[in-house]
Write a protein that binds this ligand. Structure first.
Ligand code: SF4
Length: 167
């Protein structure tokens, strides 16, 4: 797995102050994608153990950080590697949360075991492909109206998609 970007502190990819990892590789090919360079699975640099440790330490040592966000690309095309990272992140930062962005719908993630495994490790998933026809720059944390900010635990409990209350 490659990383094509890392932002140590951001307020744009989820609630609060977040460390954001851009995972290389996406096959959704949404027209109007904001980050076409990230489609290439070889973009950026290898996510080595050394880089992973460095990032985990940086996050753990920053008291401002509320959580980590996985975006890309689409982290669900690297679901096994991302699940490993999230489990290490949970162990080293148990008080912080995890958001992930994906072009898959939440329902599609739940149907595929490896994708489901990563999804269930996240607190929040911003789901669905970017749709140019539904583009809305006023929306917090997403680019088009079809995309949902899904509360994972609540959605699993209720067996239907429940969106996060951002108020
Ligand atoms: S899922 Fe995201 S990264 Fe992938 S093509 Fe769509 S907008 Fe771009």
């Amino acid at each position: 797995m490659n990383l094509c970007g890392f932002i140590p502190e951001s307020i744009n990819e989820g609630k609060g102050v977040r460390a954001v990892l851009f995972i290389s590789g996406c096959r959704h090919a949404c027209p109007g994608c904001f980050n076409k360079e990230s489609w290439d699975f070889e973009a950026g640099e290898p996510f080595t153990n050394e880089l992973k440790t460095q990032i985990l330490q940086e996050i753990a040592n920053n008291p401002l950080i509320d959580g980590v966000t996985l975006c890309g690309g689409d982290p669900f095309f690297s679901a096994e590697e991302c699940a490993l990272f999230v489990s290490e992140f949970r162990a080293c930062c148990p008080d912080k949360n995890v958001w992930a962005y994906t072009g898959y719908t939440f329902e599609a993630l739940m149907r595929q075991p490896k994708l489901r495994e990563l999804a269930l490790m996240c607190d929040v998933i911003v789901d669905g492909r970017f749709n140019e026809q539904e583009k809305d720059t006023s929306l917090p944390f997403r680019g088009s109206r079809n995309q949902r900010i899904v509360d994972v635990a609540l959605s699993v409990e209720k067996n239907c998609v429940i969106e996060v209350d951002l108020s």
